[in-house]
Design a protein around this ligand. Structure first.
Ligand code: 5GP
Ligand code: ZN
Length: 138
């Protein structure tokens, strides 16, 4: 996808309006238009990258620093009791907008939101083999 037909690039350029929460040289954060709960915020690098894997180290670092700042403000400003950060890469993981973004989701008792967590067990030797695959790719 080119940046001109990317919704988030059009938000960065100001062509599409947003409820802006935070901005710096590299990062923009704004309220999600269809929130899972009030205060659901999206944080993006201004420069277009499809996924986390395509981001420059500089953009990744800038997003990390801004994430801490913006998450703390969402948490405090909304009197939240908790906060989830979610980041989807590729369609299989639920990514719908192909401009990398972090979801910040403030949590309150009774908000009705639950992250599915169907935990499993490793089979014999499986954990070590999975670990080696990741280490070889590092
Ligand atoms: P994804 O499923 O790709 O992780 O999340 C994309 C998010 O972008 C969704 O939560 C969706 O509501 C939000 N979104 C899509 N279009 C717009 C828009 O034009 N403005 C804003 N503020 N959020 C949007
Ligand atoms: Zn984009």
């Amino acid at each position: 996808m080119t940046t001109s037909n990317c919704i988030f690039c059009r938000i960065v350029s100001g062509e599409i309006p947003c409820a802006k929460v935070y901005e710096d040289e590299r990062v923009l954060a704004f309220l999600d238009i269809n929130p899972l709960m009030p205060g659901h915020t999206l944080l993006i690098p201004k420069k277009h990258s499809e996924t986390l894997f395509d981001m420059s180290p500089e953009d990744a670092a800038a997003c990390g620093a801004a994430l801490k700042k913006v998450a703390a403000a969402v948490f405090k400003g909304l009197d939240a009791e908790g906060l989830n950060v979610l980041q989807n890469n590729h369609e299989i993981a639920g990514q719908e907008i192909f401009h990398v973004h972090f979801h910040l989701m403030p949590r309150k008792t009774g908000d009705g939101f639950k992250v599915p967590w169907p935990a499993k067990k490793y089979g014999p030797g499986e954990m070590e083999s999975v670990l080696q695959k990741i280490l070889r790719a590092l």
